[in-house]
Design a protein around this ligand. Structure first.
Ligand SMILES: [Zn+2]
Length: 229
């Protein structure tokens, strides 16, 4: 039985990193909509050309096109034993199409990483980046002494110390807007999957390592069999 995993979680919850790691550790591909749309355009297939035309007109890629491209990706040999989806499905029509694609391959497991909006906003407020070398830090989690250790990457950093600045694309307004769009898009997905026995919620307030363990446990319990740690 294949390991068909859909991951849901708000921006900033660490979903992409967890999806990536889970896929790598279980020998299945991580399929993210952004990546495969870029790949389709690059490959120049008929679907790819259709996507490129839509994007050049500045329009949103339709359900049918996304379903066609994801469907094509998921029927390649490396995805037959399973996959981790990140960013798909995003609409009820896409979720139904995914059920059809995987109909003969075992259930779709859906795991939601739950983090309260206020925590995501708080994380963003604490995010700092070294203006010189690009090192990242969290002003709430790292003590001032530890902060200088995080950045020793360039001669200037070592000589005068890091110059921590808030990341401009992480401003609170931007994050709140992203969260609004996330909930608008995702609530119907959660409703679609939540009644199933293969739906799980994990606590995203834990450390990344604990989230990783919780994800492995959630998938095993949804599948009814152990998966590799
Ligand atoms: Zn630095």
């Amino acid at each position: 039985m294949a390991l068909n995993l859909v991951m849901l979680g708000p921006p900033g919850a660490g979903k992409g990193t967890q999806a990536e790691r889970f896929a790598r550790e279980h020998g299945i591909p991580k399929v993210s909509t952004g990546d495969i749309l870029r790949e389709a355009v690059h490959s120049g297939t008929a679907l790819g050309q259709a996507v490129q035309a839509v994007m050049e007109r500045g329009e949103l890629v339709s359900d049918d096109l996304i379903i066609g491209i994801v469907g094509e990706r998921l029927t390649r040999p490396d995805a037959l034993a399973g996959f981790v989806l990140d960013g798909f499905p995003r609409t009820a029509a896409q979720a139904k199409a995914l059920d059809e694609i995987t109909a003969l391959r075992g259930p779709v497991i859906c795991v939601e990483i739950k983090v309260p909006d206020e925590e995501l906003v708080r994380r963003v407020r604490g995010r700092r980046v070294c203006d010189d070398c690009g090192a990242n830090a969290d002003a709430f989690e790292h003590k001032p002494d530890a902060l200088s250790d995080l950045c020793q990457n360039t001669e200037r950093c070592r000589a005068v110390g890091p110059k921590w600045v808030a990341r401009s694309d992480d401003s609170e307004t931007v994050v709140r807007e992203r969260l609004k769009i996330y909930w608008r898009d995702t609530r119907p997905m959660i409703e679609y999957y939540s009644a199933r026995p293969t739906f799980r919620v994990i606590d995203g307030l834990q450390s990344p390592e604990q989230v990783r363990e919780a994800l492995v446990g959630a998938v095993a319990s949804a599948l009814g069999r152990p998966v590799a740690q």
